[in-house]
Write a protein that binds this ligand. Structure first.
Ligand code: NIG
Ligand code: FE
Length: 415
């Protein structure tokens, strides 16, 4: 018996239609169908159209039916940049930042990422799985159906592998899909203090081959930043990883303009993320090479940084994605609606661009644009049903999720 689902009478079907990232002004195209319906069979979208037309083409009696009258439906949201498996919290550091300390000052005094490294090394796999489940449930309630998750709170071999195995386990037991990224180059571990390049060589020799062999990560990422990993160290790591068959991501040009955006274009990264200080030249090269610019405004908000130049990037023809950057230090939120709100209030993105940035462009940022990110025939049936008749409610209900139901691969997983 086929698993058949019909969602009908939706006031808006916001299809975000497409099988590749949208660039520049095309990010405004949401391809909305009013009074629309979606037909799903065996987890795949079979038909999308006006309710009346769709009903003429199927026998409704064969389907499980959701009447979405008065509600908007959208593709499941994709959070393409997070660090959601970690042990311990850093509320004390947040408190210090409220009193004026900066993120980098805290890091230089032995706090920051290294603080979470201690907590994550201490945590058992079971504890991390339990925490991960809780966080995934929260993301799902905000409409997230696929999430990218990074390691980077172990730095040593065993803990990095433990983090990636936790993501793998969570992927099996939770409906939200997880795309795994190895971020061993998140910080220079205490054992390698002052010897960043030695640590990179260690990663290339000892860690990457194992991760590849066990298929523990699809992407390799690096925190390319002043006093963290230099352009030369980042280039060495990324080119070696590329040669081994990994796809590439970068934390680039967040605090200091180092030329991270240029490097992302040079090495052919799938995305470069943060980019608050990215140069005009770097942005231009990214647009030309089709590197997705993933912007993380909730981090800028949380660190009281100025926001990335989204308007300039889009006007330069770049493809922009938005993500939460959920992590224990610089941005402790899984709320993508808040990210959308910030992007439209403070980065001059149109709401349509922001919706594109958490759907089809976010799918491209994790190399999944052919499978997810839009409501198109043949794509995986990952669907969000809002409590309200329009996508315009997403940023308007400030800090609150407008998501009423979530369908993952054709199954109702949040109600
Ligand atoms: O994307 N910038 C580096 N990495 C994270 C922060 C991680 C942390 O502070 O724990 C980020 O903001
Ligand atoms: Fe990050």
């Amino acid at each position: 018996m086929k698993n058949k689902l019909l969602i009908k009478n939706a006031s808006e079907v916001v299809t975000c239609s497409g099988f590749e990232a949208k660039k520049g002004q095309n990010m405004n195209e949401l391809n909305i169908i009013e009074d629309g319906a979606v037909v799903v069979e065996d987890g795949i979208i079979k038909l999308v159209g006006k309710t009346q037309e769709v009903l003429r083409n199927i026998d409704e009696k064969e389907y499980e039916v959701i009447d979405a009258k008065g509600k908007a439906i959208l593709p499941g949201f994709i959070d393409s940049h997070t660090h959601f498996v970690f042990g311990g919290y850093r509320a004390d550091e947040y408190y210090l930042r409220l009193k004026g300390a900066t993120y980098m000052e805290i890091m230089q005094k032995g706090g920051g990422i290294i603080n979470s490294v201690r907590g994550t090394r201490q945590a058992s796999k079971e504890e991390l799985v339990e925490l991960g489940l809780k966080r995934l449930n929260s993301m799902l309630s905000f409409g997230v159906t696929t999430v990218e998750g990074k390691s980077g709170y172990g730095l040593d071999f065993d803990t990095e592998v433990k983090q990636l195995e936790v993501y793998e386990e969570l992927n099996k037991i939770h409906p939200v899909d997880i795309v795994k990224t190895y971020l061993g180059a998140h910080s220079v571990p205490t054992e390698y203090k002052g010897r960043g390049m030695d640590y990179i060589e260690y990663i290339i020799k000892e860690v990457l081959p194992y991760i590849k062999e066990k298929n523990l990560a699809e992407f390799v990422d690096v925190f390319c930043e002043k006093n963290v990993f230099s352009i030369e160290e980042s280039r060495r790591l990324l080119l070696a990883a590329k040669q081994m068959g990994f796809k590439l991501k970068m934390h680039a040009d967040e605090i200091v303009s180092l030329g991270g955006a240029e490097l992302a274009a040079e090495v052919g990264a799938t995305s470069a993320d943060h980019l608050l200080q990215a140069s005009d030249e770097g942005i231009k090269s990214m647009a030309e090479k089709g590197v997705i610019a993933t912007l993380l405004p909730a981090t800028a908000f949380s660190l009281r940084e100025h926001y990335a130049r989204a308007r300039h990037m889009i006007d330069s023809g770049a493809s922009v994605a938005l993500a939460s950057d959920f992590n224990p230090g610089s941005c402790f939120t899984e709320n993508l609606a808040f990210v959308v709100a910030l992007s439209t209030l403070y980065m001059n993105m149109t709401l349509e661009e922001a919706i594109t940035a958490i759907t089809i462009n976010a799918a491209a940022a994790i190399g999944r644009e052919k499978e997810i990110g839009s409501l198109d025939q043949g794509k995986q049936a990952d669907i969000v049903i809002l409590e309200h008749p329009s996508y315009k409610f997403i940023p308007y209900h400030i800090g609150i999720s407008s998501v009423e139901k979530v369908i993952k691969r054709g199954k109702l997983v949040f109600d």
